[in-house]
Design a protein around this ligand. Structure first.
Ligand code: PLP
Length: 386
């Protein structure tokens, strides 16, 4: 649905309509120059051939250094896998481990691909709703109640797409205490938005926080969001040797590996200066504040101010049942998002896409001008609902 909204918006834009695109989950910044330079240099140096399936030695070592430096996690080379984006790593991990009928606990709202990937592996997604009044975070009790003998994984993403919610160290420890009671359950930590954090506190990740369960944790990360490298397609994970071996088997019979050029650029990103990041974060925070304030000024819209990522996820329950000027009833969040797109020229994504209807997602990884205009249009569109 996220792609669909973007495609529809692009189509309207091609027809000459002015569309504010706030549906895409990718930074509007360019990849830092030193990383682009490393990509050019890799091509010129002939780094254009097949690499090892788990990834190049150079990038594997850079990832080991990153995990140690940023997360206090120690891995050997055979505990690292590099995929075509973190999406590939998530997909490989589920294909490698989920047998038909196995259950995977997914806290929602969740990234659209989680439940679909579980189903592709013939598993059963067990959906745990985390509503706005619980900060869009599941509690340890909810996780405990969801676990059965068939549970294979608990998947968690913090900071979260689509809510921006960030789990605290205490909240993760409470979930770890539940996992300790269920030794057959593994934990998948999707840390892709790690660097987009506005708490001022260190980023907590499960494997480092609770070493006792690190032997069944897969810690997933990637270059797409922090380094504005979505198109380069580099993601990676650290985890137990046998799991990584399984992931690499799936990878070896599908995509082989991500581009050799992208891997070389990723070494420059992970080992290089991070001074490009504070200006990105400053811009994201300013945009988040602008959007949250604008949303909360609209009667019928409630918006939490999240601590991470580049999304907000306003609740619009109070707008459902209203009528558009053309007399059409807005029955669902999808109807509302179509109304926003067609009548106001703003593309956003319905909460149903993330398994939590009654909301919609705004990506504030867009220019200040697009956001300001987008908010104005949404306010006007809402005021026309009767
Ligand atoms: N995980 C989450 C929560 C995401 O939102 C995304 C992308 O939007 C990904 C993983 C995949 O990112 P990539 O494959 O570009 O690393």
């Amino acid at each position: 649905m996220t792609r669909q909204m973007t495609t529809l918006g692009n189509e309207l834009a091609r027809q000459g309509r002015s569309i504010m695109s706030l549906s895409q989950g990718e930074p509007d910044f360019d990849t830092p120059k030193h990383v682009r330079d490393a990509g050019h240099a890799a091509i010129d140096a002939g780094i254009t051939r097949y690499t090892d399936i788990p990834g190049t030695r150079e990038l594997t070592q850079a990832i080991i250094r990153k995990f140690q430096r940023d997360n206090g996690l120690t891995f050997e080379a055979n505990q690292i896998t590099i995929g075509v984006g973190s999406k590939q790593v998530l997909y490989n991990a589920l294909q490698a481990t989920v047998d038909p009928g196995d259950e995977v606990v997914v806290a929602v709202p969740a990234w659209v691909s989680y439940p679909e990937m579980v189903k592709l592996a013939e598993g059963v997604p067990v959906i745990l709703p985390a509503r706005m009044d619980q900060g869009f975070k599941v509690t340890a009790e909810q996780v405990d109640r969801a676990i059965t003998p068939k549970t294979k994984w608990v998947m968690l993403n913090s900071p979260s797409n689509p809510s921006g919610a960030v789990y605290s160290a205490e909240e993760l420890k409470a979930i770890a205490a539940v996992l300790a009671k269920h030794p057959h359950v593994w934990f998948m930590s999707d840390d892709i938005y790690e660097k987009l954090l506005y708490t001022g506190k260190p980023f907590p990740t499960m494997a480092a926080l609770v070493p006792e369960i690190a032997s069944r944790c897969l810690t997933i990360n990637g270059l797409s969001k922090a380094f504005a490298m979505t198109g380069w397609r580099v993601g990676y994970a650290g985890g137990p040797v046998d799991l990584i071996k399984g992931i690499n088997l799936v990878q070896g019979q599908s995509v082989s590996h991500t581009s050799s050029i992208s891997q070389a650029a990723a070494v420059a990103a992970l080992d290089g200066p991070m001074d490009f990041l504070p200006p990105f974060l400053e811009a994201y925070q300013r945009r988040r504040d602008l959007v949250v304030k604008a949303m909360n000024e609209i009667p019928g819209v409630k918006c939490m101010k999240p601590d991470g990522a580049f999304y907000v996820f306003p609740n619009v329950d109070a707008l459902l049942g209203k009528k558009t000027p053309a007399g059409k009833t807005i029955a669902t969040d999808l109807d509302l998002c179509m109304y926003f797109l067609e009548e106001a020229g703003v593309s956003v994504v319905p909460g149903a896409a993330f398994e939590l209807p009654g909301h919609f997602r705004i990506s504030y990884a867009a220019s200040d001008a697009a956001l300001t205009e987008g908010m104005k249009r949404l306010r006007e569109a809402c005021s026309r609902l009767a």
